[in-house]
Write a protein that binds this ligand. Structure first.
Ligand code: ATP
Ligand code: MG
Length: 250
């Protein structure tokens, strides 16, 4: 089982879009997948057609100790979701005194999801306690990088955080995926080139293009494979699933 946190503190780079559509692409390639919505915004849940406010989810796991597998709901054949739940945003203040606050998710996931091939965690655009919980739960991260001017800023902070985890004995491997690519612009190619200079072998070959259908999907609670199977969005996420599946992990 591979647990992968989809992470970048920069907002709007395509974390949730990637988690949703990569998960469904993996399922269509016969993998069993669980996705965890670690963002109090609940966008991952919404993207899969689930009303995040309707039932408890990860909030009751992290705040009240509910068993995480009992909070997973089947959203498609082969695909399960642990929704964020309405109270997840309270975690940062509620658990400040607990010495185990940084490993709540890791402890909750212990010996769980053993029949799954992939667990993908959709992180919020932040670097606080929720994200620290994601990092302690995994040794593998997928970092969507949009090809705009400011997209490289902040990555050094993120990689510095991974190094600090490594010094604590918790290694974290990163994969970068270029997202929201406008193919006629030169900037994304320059950003990708810079990334490759700093992180050779860590930049996935697949690039996710900016296509209107991907932006329309969350509004109807469908993945790109349900909404527009023949779009560039579907073929890009299908390619990403194959790309990632072929990469060696730690
Ligand atoms: N490849 C794409 N083509 C078109 N629109 C996209 C693409 N990727 C993401 N979007 C749109 O851009 C917006 C931000 O995407 P998304 O929510 O996936 O980013 P995020 O990193 O999860 O954001 P946040 O930091 O708020 O969690 C959404 O409206 C989404 O539909
Ligand atoms: Mg998101």
């Amino acid at each position: 089982m591979r647990t992968i946190a989809v992470i970048n503190q920069k907002g709007g780079v395509g974390k949730t879009t990637t988690t949703t559509n990569l998960a469904h692409a993996l399922v269509l390639n016969q993998h069993r997948v669980t996705v965890i919505d670690l963002d109090p915004q609940g966008h991952l849940s919404n993207s899969l057609g689930v009303n995040n406010l309707a039932q408890p989810g990860l909030d009751s796991v992290l705040l009240k100790g509910a068993p995480i597998e009992e909070c997973a709901i089947s959203v498609r054949p082969g695909l399960s979701l642990v929704p964020a739940g309405p109270e997840l945003g309270n975690l940062e203040s509620a658990s400040l005194k607990s010495p185990k606050r940084a490993t709540l998710l890791r402890d909750a996931m212990q010996d769980c999801f053993t029949d799954q091939d992939y667990v993908l965690i959709d992180c919020p655009p932040a670097s606080g306690l929720l994200v620290v919980n994601a990092l302690f739960s995994t040794h593998e991260t997928l970092i969507p990088v949009s090809g705009d001017y400011l997209s490289l800023q902040g990555l050094s902070y993120l990689i510095g955080t991974f190094k600090k985890f490594g010094q604590l004995g918790h290694k974290i491997q990163e994969w970068f995926v270029m997202t929201r690519i406008h193919s006629r612009r030169r900037l994304p190619a320059q950003v990708m080139q810079t990334l490759k200079q700093y992180f050779p072998d860590r930049v996935l070959a697949t690039r996710i293009r900016e296509v209107a259908a991907l932006a329309e999907c969350p509004g109807v609670g469908k993945t790109i494979f349900e909404y527009q199977q023949k779009s560039h969005g579907a073929s890009d996420y299908h390619a990403l699933a194959l790309d990632l599946a072929g990469r060696r992990t730690l």
